[in-house]
Write a protein that binds this ligand. Structure first.
Ligand SMILES: Cc1ncc(COP(=O)(O)O)c(C=O)c1O
Length: 385
């Protein structure tokens, strides 16, 4: 079978590969514990599930959903932004629901990047920034996130030529995979960069609510000029343990949202209405479920960081996200160490280089696993080192 040439540049999706490896090991009788994927194990809070069930019973919701999302959901998103970040959004023009934020991130390059143009992409970073750009015919230009810069890109190191060709700059804080956070000063610098080079900032913020030690994460849109400079992708997947429901949104610059909407109306037909009603219930309902998740993840973070220290592995203690970014011991590459742990301990971790070349030398450990299994995984890792 002949494949399109663009597919030759597209790497296999990391987590699909990890899934396959886990399957092989399980078939061979190994009790694999996966710390590889950021897929919340706790259930979606009951009031959200109840809203889904109620809405699913209404035949009105069995028809095609609206392309631009239910007004009820867009208004819920707008009022959540107002309450949470003090950001005012026009729910008709500045918000577009997505079939999970991954869907919008994958399509935004089709909307904004032409062949021969760049998307600035964090390295390491969520793989879809690069792959979406490649599928659109654009070129990802990597921005290294280095420990000495607190895992922030050095915008001053981007050449003028590159910056002029960059239609998009993807940023993601709290960051996957490093767990790093960004100050509002950094966000202001990125807005200045965007204004100077006419680049759209695509700020990916799915972990803004999962923060620790009293840290409160900002929205890109709350910084002066943010709404003009770009858009923010957001998601219900991690905040409300709704990864399987496939619901997120993009908010901000109305011209960008309009053109992404044009792409989407030609490709998909929106989100099942019942899921949209449930999403609105999540945003408007009680938020103590989010606090509970933060405290669960914070405890797991502490467990991982201290167990790794006991095993002689240095981990960078994150203030947010559901990941711990840790250094691989001397003598191993990231892939070698991940393979070693899988072979010897039956534990899956993500090799840092899978998120980009600057991830070499690190592994990512996900906290989305039940406490007992996490403890067992850490014991197994310790005993192999
Ligand atoms: C940084 C980042 N962005 C976006 C997503 C996609 O989230 P979803 O499509 O479930 O909204 C993820 C999921 O892991 C992520 O880590």
């Amino acid at each position: 079978m002949l494949q399109a040439r663009r597919m030759e540049h597209l790497p296999p999706y990391l987590f699909a590969q990890i899934d396959r490896k886990i399957e092989e090991k399980r078939k061979a009788g190994v009790d694999v514990i996966s710390l590889g994927i950021g897929d919340p194990v706790e259930p979606t809070p009951p009031h959200i599930v109840q809203q889904l069930c109620k809405a699913a019973e209404d035949p009105k919701n069995h028809r095609y959903p609206s392309y631009y999302g239910l007004s009820r959901l867009r208004k819920a998103i707008a009022s959540w932004y107002q309450k949470r970040f003090g950001v005012r959004l026009d729910s008709d023009k500045e918000i577009l629901p997505l079939i999970g934020s991954k869907e919008g991130i994958a399509h935004i390059s089709i909307a904004l990047v032409d062949s021969g143009e760049y998307a600035l992409v964090p390295d390491p970073g969520y793989p879809v920034y690069s792959t979406g750009t490649i599928l659109a015919g654009g070129t990802p230009h990597l921005m290294p996130l280095l420990r000495e810069n607190d895992f922030l890109p050095d915008l001053g190191k981007i050449s003028v030529n590159t910056a002029r060709k960059a239609k998009i700059m993807f940023l993601n804080y709290p960051n996957n995979p490093t767990g790093a956070i960004a100050s509002k000063e950094f966000l202001a610098d990125s807005i200045k960069f965007a204004q100077e080079y006419d680049t759209a900032v695509c700020y990916d913020n799915p972990y803004s609510e999962l923060t620790f030690d009293g840290y409160v994460a900002p929205s890109f849109l709350e910084v002066a000029g943010g709404k003009e400079a770009g858009v923010e992708f957001h998601s219900l997947s991690k905040t409300y343990n709704m990864a399987g429901w496939r619901i997120g949104w993009v908010a901000g610059n109305s011209a960008i949202i309009d053109v992404l909407g044009k792409v989407k109306t030609n490709i998909d037909s929106g989100i099942f209405n019942a899921i949209q009603y449930a999403g609105a219930a999540a945003l408007c309902g009680p938020q103590n479920c989010v606090e509970q998740m933060c405290s669960i993840y914070q405890k797991r973070r502490d467990l991982v960081v201290s167990a790794l220290a006991e095993a002689g592995i240095e981990a960078i203690k994150p203030k947010a996200t559901i990941y711990v970014w840790a250094l691989v011991p001397a003598g191993y590459s990231s892939s070698e160490f991940a393979a070693y742990i899988l072979e010897r301990a039956g534990v899956v971790v993500s090799p840092g280089n899978a998120y980009g070349p600057s991830g070499e030398g690190y592994i990512r450990i996900s906290l989305s696993v039940k406490d007992e299994r996490l403890k067992e995984a850490l014991e197994r890792i310790k005993s192999t080192l």
